[in-house]
Design a protein around this ligand. Sequence first.
Ligand code: PMP
Length: 405
Amino acid sequence: MAFDPLSIRSQFPILAQQAYDNPLIYLDNAATTQKPLSVLEAMHNYYLTANANVHRGAHYLSDKATDQFENARLRVAQFINAPQQSQVIWTKGTTESINLVAYGLEHLIQAGDEILITSLEHHANLVPWQQLAFRTGARLRVLPLTSDAEWQEELTHYFTERTKIFAVTQVSNAIGVHTPIEMLIQQAKQHGAFTLVDGAQAVAHYPVDVAKLDCDFYVFSGHKMYGPTGIGVLYGKHHALEVLMPYQTGGEMVSKVSYQATEFNVLPYRLEAGTPHMEGAIGLAAACDFVDQQDRQSMLAWEQQLANHVWVTLQKAANVEIYSPEHNATLVSLSVPNVHTLDLNAYLDSQGIAVRAGSHCAQPLMAQLGVTGTLRASFACYNTLQEAERFCDVLIEAIDLLAEE
Ligand code: PMP
């Protein structure tokens, strides 16, 4: 059955507004998604009925808050098929999750070791590894995935006995391609490397099964999957989380403290210093419910259909260079010869259409594509075909106007 975005649109009242006298069209979903009422209500209700500091066991409200907070952890564990809820570590988001792992593994990295990433990474999955390499004398290597991200036999040479960490995105935020994730993880594991998957652009669109993926770490942000900002997840296999040195220290992550020494708490608390983002975790659990209530297959097919519609229309009607794949992407990333993407962005914005122009935090990838930036329209479940069509019409109008000048 086809997915009907109108059936859920009423759950996103933010979309029903005008932007400069035009209906708002929100196509910047890869940056952050809008939040359904159920997520907003879950957070609101937490403050109305359960707010207290967690894990102190001090009183009725504290127990209530702790129950809701730990149930949220269980819900997220189920959402990604993590075997145990203690394998879900709360963070601020993907960026903090990756930094936590990069700092946490530092004590195992030596000069001459190799850290392997791919050419498709967001800066969040590049800079922490580069800085780790600088601090330890390890070498940062880059697996050159082509823009269709196909697996090629010669890539096996990048995995060596020295590869200690392999960090890879599941879906590129800048050009929407999927990496051959299972194959890559298998290669890295054959060489005994830790594997980290950046799922920031995957969780809103694809069912994630971390047990099946068999990666050591899987990271994502709540705000890109209809959840709140300021909350994210680090999933890890137990032994992989156990070897991480705590990235931050302080309250909650300790079991015994004296001036001479500190005993750290058990997982997951050992990696969660300070009072956590309780309402964020509860909001993220509500976002998991929202996503799982949808028919995920037809929701994904719908988002891909919208992206494909834009891809085909623009390929035919305009002088554009498109970097995202024709099929199976949920976003379209393009540039226009002799027209600055920022000018296109400004024109689209003036018509109420929100997209994103720039390097998308992937400057090395942009350099590889030979551009300084692209224009990206990214789709979510609430976007309609009319919105995709209007985006194409207004973009073509902008190109005609700006190319003339
Ligand atoms: N990785 C990818 C693939 C992303 O798209 C993003 C967000 N644009 C990040 C990492 C960083 O996520 P956050 O800013 O939520 O930490």
